[in-house]
Ligand binder design. Structure first.
Ligand code: DQA
Length: 149
């Protein structure tokens, strides 16, 4: 039985820790991924993580996930606000999809208040810092168990 969650991190998230810590917190991406992986594994899920600053890498990872993953959790960074190509790729993935953000883009600059991805995911969790990833995992678990009412 497939039990893999694909965790995707978009452009500039490799800079977490030093990038605008007042907005994104002081944790590095490695720390977020380690915490997510540990919690997921406690619930019986394996995690494959990819960070890329290139849109095409993320799109190809979504394509490949159709064969390997039951869920995708993605923080697409600024591609969230611009990438119809990533939205089209996500639309081809039949499993659970949760969009996640450390900050709350809805409370920030106007360009961040638009998401090209919101319409092709099950839902979005934003604004809780590192806790956003914990909540995204909980959302995935409930959606996979059919109890996300
Ligand atoms: C972000 C929010 C985006 O607007 C921004 O471009 C990021 C990070 C977040 O996690 O809060 O790179 O996705």
């Amino acid at each position: 039985m497939k039990n893999e969650i694909l965790l995707l991190s978009g452009p500039n998230l490799d800079q977490l820790g030093s990038r605008s810590p007042e907005i994104y917190g002081v944790q590095t991406l490695d720390e977020h991924v380690a915490r997510f992986t540990e919690q997921a594994s406690a619930h019986g899920y394996s995690v494959r993580h990819l960070q890329s600053n290139f849109e095409g890498d993320l799109i190809e990872a979504v394509h490949e996930a159709r064969a390997s993953a039951v869920a995708i959790v993605l923080n697409a960074g600024a591609l969230t606000h611009s990438s119809w190509a990533l939205a089209d790729a996500l639309a081809t993935f039949p499993g659970v999809k949760v969009e996640v953000h450390l900050s709350n883009p809805a409370a920030r600059e106007p360009f961040r208040q638009v998401s090209t991805l919101a319409g092709v995911v099950n839902g979005t969790i934003a604004g809780f810092g590192a806790t956003s990833y914990d909540l995204a995992l909980e959302a995935v678990r409930r959606l996979l168990q059919g109890r996300a009412q």
